[in-house]
Design a protein around this ligand. Structure first.
Ligand code: ADP
Ligand code: ZN
Length: 748
């Protein structure tokens, strides 16, 4: 009898089950076990040992589920790393790492059978064994000259097998260009044998038709190669429209030609259909997409298929694709690596797929390219320090010119009477010009709802926290609060900066913009793309398609319009209120604001015409806005890095955010201070908070927050141990164990 440690998709430790040797179960296999009184779960065998553990009752493993292991040793390493780093159980990692159909659970064993899916299989054919050498086939030709069609089909099968380097001679039936009757005839004659096999994505040879790179692109590709030769992650810093995708395509082709797999991460698959189409055109039949909008069936089958693939796979997917069972990973591409969508906020594990992908690549000995027009400061700092290789690409491809950026001063416009509702004259004139020329307009406003902050309408001043350097958020009852450290001050009607009585709460959303622009341009077709209008993929696609086809003249939207689109007809892009981008109560607001505005600006003038970007702001001198105007990433980065250093924020530290929740405010308050006191004893001034507010509730619960900054150079592993001890103290506490405690490592 053997004993196996099994991971179950629960927030529980691993459990030991007994294992009959005859079941031929290996580490990484999916197995069925009974857990709890009436539940049957799929678990993953984590380790096997002969030593009988000292336990009273050991339940048996009931059966093995698939013929191949679903979790390779490298993926085991990844799951363990994620669990350790992001402070959760391996079972919680399993919950999100495998699609639910690949790990069914049921109330009875019989029900279990119905829920198990098969990896998709298809027909493979080969010439009979005696004919699999060239000489044998030629000899057959000689003796059967009167059956040319038969010979032609046999030649095709042989050629395809050579092309695909199929050592056993088997090729997918669907790829053999021959009619069913001919194949059936060959089979009847015993010349061809057939087998059902799992579907392999590889369907063509490795002679991909690659785009020819410009000189600048070739230099960037060389820099990436140099980084990889040095075993370094490469940061591809390429402005919008520079053709980063073309560079990825070259790297992907090299990797596939070696028979290795490629994982390409993208922020949100729904907005990258253009990208998928481009990849499909080049890597025909190889591209597998993986995202949450696929059916459960499809995701389950993809997982199983990849687990038994023979390599050479190209997977394009969202963050959870890092957990797909690619056995021979050679390259990871993280496109738009700065995108915050790579970080999972809920539920646990709160992992960052970009960071986890870099770790995975290390386990798999694969190369990594992080690509962005506006790299995260973390990645950029790594490039500056030489930890990452740096591949800059600062010009648009072809004759593409970067758009002209105009800063439009909203306060001045207001004073001069050159502002109608939320539009400055500058912007209105540009919209008019574009519409008159039959061109398109995109208007960006980063919120749908009403989410105010305070600002002086005379001088543009916004109150900030003296300790944390973030804007104070306005709360009811005239209180201004720092969402980081809890500092509060009275809301004053008088501006502390210029002493006038013009402090106002600010904010308006996309819906309002849509309404106003429609009123001013009654003949234009206006559409809106935001969280409210794109609740389904089809609604989203409809809006995008209408715009692509030129049926829509003006598209109003949130963040969603900033990513990945390659529309040719846009000549005016308006950012309606840059202030609420640079005024977010978050130490990353400058970086975010810059990234967002650059992305939005990148939508303008992508083909022939040089586009115009109008940024409306009350702070035309704001350093971030000035950097956007001149497209100077480096200026923004060095200023921002200096500030981060001064206040000890990432990349000079790591941040762990704690959220506590309970419906009883008094209990929450006491528990937060209990938890905070333990942490403060261990971490001193590195801890900020707790901050809680009796008024604000999320889903009927009060919340409280703490934040920990662990400076670089201090052991983060040790810090996590100390945090785990504090968590244990909460879990073991008679009263406080009822409070929900969320730990978010590297919180954004
Ligand atoms: P990025 O992702 O860097 O913003 P894209 O990869 O979308 O830029 O490229 C912008 C446009 O330029 C696309 O339409 C792309 O097809 C085209 N392009 C870029 N490089 C090349 C090339 N080497 N050959 C042909 N077309 C290219
Ligand atoms: Zn503060």
């Amino acid at each position: 009898m053997l004993y196996a440690q099994v991971v179950l998709p629960l927030a529980q430790p691993m459990y030991t089950f007994s294992l009959e040797e005859s079941m031929a179960v290996e580490v990484g296999d999916a197995v069925v076990v009974q857990f709890g009184s009436f539940r049957y779960y799929t678990g993953i065998v984590w380790s096997i040992s002969e030593a009988k553990p000292d336990l009273k009752r050991i339940k048996p493993i009931l059966r093995k589920l698939y013929s191949t292991p679903l979790v390779s040793p490298e993926l085991q390493q990844l799951w363990e790393w994620v669990a350790d780093y992001y402070m959760c159980s391996v079972g919680e990692v399993m919950r999100i790492a495998m699609p639910s159909l690949a790990k069914p659970k049921a109330d009875s064993l019989a029900e279990f059978d119905e829920r198990t899916i098969e990896a998709p299989a298809e027909s493979y054919i080969a010439l009979k064994e005696e004919l699999r050498s060239e000489e044998a086939l030629l000899a057959y030709h000689e003796s059967h000259r009167r059956a040319p069609r038969r010979i032609e089909t046999m030649d095709r099968i042989a050629a395809l097998a050579i092309e695909r380097k199929a050592e056993d001679g088997f090729v997918p039936r669907r790829l053999v260009d021959a009619e069913t009757v001919h194949i059936a005839d060959l089979r009847r004659r015993g010349l061809v044998v057939e087998e059902r096999r799992l579907v392999d994505a590889v369907s063509s040879a490795n002679d991909f038709l690659l785009p020819i790179l410009s000189e600048a692109q070739s230099r960037a590709l060389d820099a990436i190669h140099a980084a990889h030769a040095d075993d370094k992650v490469a940061l591809l810093h390429g402005v919008t429209g520079s053709g980063k995708t073309e560079i990825y395509i070259h790297l992907i082709a090299e990797t596939l030609a070696q028979g290795r797999d490629v994982l390409m991460l993208v922020p949100e698959i729904v907005i990258t259909s253009q990208l998928i189409e481009r990849l499909e055109r080049i890597f025909e039949g190889r591209t597998t997409t993986y995202h949450s909008r696929l059916t459960q069936q499809r995701r389950g089958q993809t997982y199983l298929r990849l687990a038994s693939s023979s390599g050479g796979e190209l997977v394009v997917g969202v963050r959870s694709s890092i957990f797909l069972p690619l056995k021979n990973l050679g390259l990871v591409v993280v496109d738009e690596e700065h995108d915050t969508g790579y970080k999972q906020t809920d539920p646990s594990p709160r992992y960052n797929a970009r960071d986890a992908a870099v770790v995975l690549a290390r386990f798999m000995d694969a190369s990594v390219v992080l690509g962005s027009a506006t790299p995260s400061l973390e990645s950029y700092a790594n490039a500056l320090s030489g930890k990452y290789g740096y591949a800059p690409l600062m010009e648009r491809w072809g004759d593409g010119m970067l758009p002209e950026v105009v800063i439009s001063d909203s306060l001045r416009a207001l004073k001069r009477g050159e502002r109608k509702t939320h539009f400055n004259l500058d912007l209105l004139q540009n919209i008019e010009r574009s519409l008159a020329g039959g061109e398109q307009v995109m208007l960006f406003q980063n919120r749908r709802g009403y989410s105010p902050y305070m600002q002086c309408t005379t001088c543009g001043y916004s109150p900030r926290c003296p300790h944390c350097n973030v804007t104070l958020t306005q709360h009811r009852a005239n209180r201004m609060e720092c969402h980081y450290c809890g500092y509060t001050e009275e809301r004053s009607a008088v501006c502390p900066n210029c002493q006038t009585q013009d402090m106002r709460s600010m904010g308006f959303g996309t819906e309002k913009v849509e309404e106003e622009v429609q009123r001013m341009f009654p003949d234009a077709v206006v559409d809106r793309l935001d969280g409210d209008t794109s609740t389904s993929e089809s609604a989203f696609r409809r809006i995008v398609q209408r715009f692509e086809e030129g049926k829509t003249n003006i598209l109003v939207g949130t963040q969603i319009i900033t990513k990945g689109f390659d529309f040719g007809g846009v000549t005016t892009v308006g950012i309606l209120n840059a202030d609420n981008l640079v005024m977010q109560p978050n130490f990353r607001s400058s970086e975010r604001a810059f990234q967002l505005m650059m992305q939005v600006a990148g939508r303008a003038g992508r083909r022939n015409d040089r586009g115009r970007v109008i940024i409306q702001t009350t702070q035309p001198q704001h350093p971030v806005i000035r950097s956007v105007a001149v497209g100077d990433y480096m200026a923004m980065a060095s200023r921002e890095l200096a500030e981060r250093k001064e206040f000890g924020y990432p990349p000079y530290s790591r941040i762990v955010r704690f959220m506590l929740r309970h419906k009883d405010y008094s209990l929450l308050h006491r528990a937060s201070h209990f938890f905070g006191d333990i942490l403060r004893r261990k971490f001193g001034t590195r801890l900020m908070g707790p901050v809680s507010s009796a008024r604000e509730m999320i889903r009927g619960e009060h919340c409280s927050e703490l934040m920990l900054k662990i400076e670089n150079g201090a052991s983060f592993k040790r810090a996590r141990q100390l945090i785990a001890e504090a968590r244990d103290a909460m879990v073991e506490h008679e009263e406080y164990k009822r409070v929900t405690l969320i730990i978010d490592v590297d919180a954004l």
